[in-house]
Design a protein around this ligand. Structure first.
Ligand code: C2G
Length: 447
């Protein structure tokens, strides 16, 4: 029986070794296909640290492969199976169901992935494999685990939240090692945490992690007040750990190019920025619950505020907010934060249960940039001029839910020993916390 398996095999660890052992045991000839850089790039896998040569060497050194080939293109698996007369395709259970289409060509076996890669299992402790714990088990935490899969060098160890039943379900669903009974138990097992619990709990959980020397990636809004933000940033500096606010747009390839194009003078001087983010939400949900710090500002303002700060900077002269906040709801359902800068104006609009065009328009003295909805992905934008034949179109990748870009940034910062990233500076995070706080407390309220 001829068996084939595929993988990146970056920072070769015990999970890889055990997978190859079991794949080999399924037959008498094991072919291992190692992904090329281009293929990993095309399938949206980020942060692969070792070269193709080194990764092939990892597989060869294991002594488990009878033959090593490379995987270069989408659809290659079907060709390989036929060309190499393969009987069994084997892959880890993290891909369960994803390769069922190969059943038309050979037997497909999903082998249980190895849960929890402890640092003692790593061939080289400093190889850069990072163990991360998830705090909170809601929608975004689920997406995080799926996306982390596409970032090399990361192993999600386990999860914790206030409700043990939710933790159990989450851990089972994602095949994780640890359903932590307490936050301390999770912290003991990891190098870093991703905090995706309700907004009002971020400060407490982030501080506890930082005080134990763990790096923190915290969902937006990281803080609801500037004072909380300063407190966290000072604690992180003291403990010498990474503290990053998970505003995913800041790390997406297209948004970074958009900012560079806009600030390079291509549309002249920027005179106005208008950014909108709305979502239709109804019913008994956290987003609409005042007790859980809901409302369109806390929920959505991070995105438009990011656009404003990245395009116009932090030195606005004035900011005013108007919010539709009916007494019956207790939270802002629509808000408009208006800024005055020395030579520009900006408007950040958010709505919950209100739908508007979610676009971003940057007006300049020579032309303007139009980013259609959903602008926060920035997969596409146009630079437009009076003379339409001068218009330019730009296209970028935004793979999956886009969380992989912030995860990749967080993990590279840790690996490189960096505490600050130009993609989202600590001062910008603090500015966003200050504006959010004032918008929530000093708004001109109607409704
Ligand atoms: N693996 C495992 N346990 C782990 C980590 C990985 O069993 N803790 C398995 C994966 O399921 C996969 C193999 O080891 O079968 C290689 O893993 P990666 O190098 O992460 O490669 P991957 O991105 O899974 O590529 O075409 C490529 C394939 O689709 C899989």
């Amino acid at each position: 029986m001829r068996v084939i398996t595929y993988g990146t095999f970056d920072l070769f660890h015990d999970g890889h070794r055990r997978l190859l052992e079991r794949a080999r045991a399924l037959g008498d000839h094991l072919i291992v296909a190692v992904t090329t850089e281009n293929f990993d790039d095309a399938r949206g896998k980020l942060n692969v640290q070792q070269s193709l040569m080194d990764r092939i060497q990892n597989v060869q050194d294991s002594g488990l492969a009878d033959e090593v080939i490379i995987e270069e293109y989408e659809g290659q698996k079907i060709n390989d199976i036929q060309r190499h007369h393969v009987d069994i395709f084997a892959i880890g259970s993290d891909w369960l169901g994803k390769f069922d289409y190969l059943k038309d060509y050979c037997e497909v076996v999903y082998l249980e992935r190895t849960k929890g890669i402890s640092s003692t299992q790593l061939r080289n402790e400093n190889a850069g494999m990072m163990r991360i714990g998830v705090v909170g088990t809601g929608r975004i935490a689920n997406r995080f685990v799926a996306e982390a899969h596409y970032v090399s060098g990361i192993d999600i160890e386990g999860a914790w939240s206030r409700d043990p039943a939710n933790v159990k379900t989450f851990v089972d669903q994602h095949d994780l090692d640890l359903a932590a009974g307490s936050y301390e138990e999770l912290l003991d097992q990891v190098d870093s945490v991703y905090i995706a619990s309700p907004h009002g709990t971020h400060l407490e959980y982030a501080l506890a992690a930082i005080e134990r020397g763990k790096h923190v990636l915290c969902e937006k809004p990281m803080c609801l007040t500037e004072a909380d933000c300063v407190r966290l940033q000072e604690a992180a500096a003291e403990a010498d750990v990474v503290l990053l606010e998970a505003v995913k747009t800041a790390f997406s390839p297209g948004f970074q190019r958009l900012v560079a194009v806009a600030r390079s003078g291509s549309i002249g001087d920027i005179r106005s920025v208008d950014a909108t983010f709305t979502k239709l939400t109804t019913g008994d949900v956290r987003e609409l619950d005042a007790a859980q710090e809901g409302g369109s500002l806390a929920e959505l303002a991070s995105y438009p505020l990011l656009a404003v700060v990245k395009l116009l900077g932090m030195d606005h002269d004035d900011v005013r907010t108007a919010s539709f906040k009916p007494e019956s709801s207790g939270v802002e359902l629509y808000s408009r934060i208006d800024f005055r800068y020395p030579h520009a104006v900006a408007s950040a609009r958010t709505g919950l249960g209100v739908k508007a065009e979610g676009d971003l328009v940057i007006a300049g003295t020579r032309g303007y940039i139009y980013v259609p909805a959903p602008w926060w992905k920035t997969e596409y934008f146009e630079v437009r001029f009076e003379n339409q034949s001068d218009n330019k179109k730009f296209y970028y990748k935004f793979d999956g839910d886009g969380l992989r870009y912030e995860i990749a940034e967080f993990s590279s910062m840790i690996r490189r020993g960096e505490r600050e990233t130009f993609r989202l500076r600590a001062t910008e995070t603090r500015w966003m916390a200050r504006v959010l706080e004032s918008a929530r407390t000093d708004a001109h309220v109607f409704g």
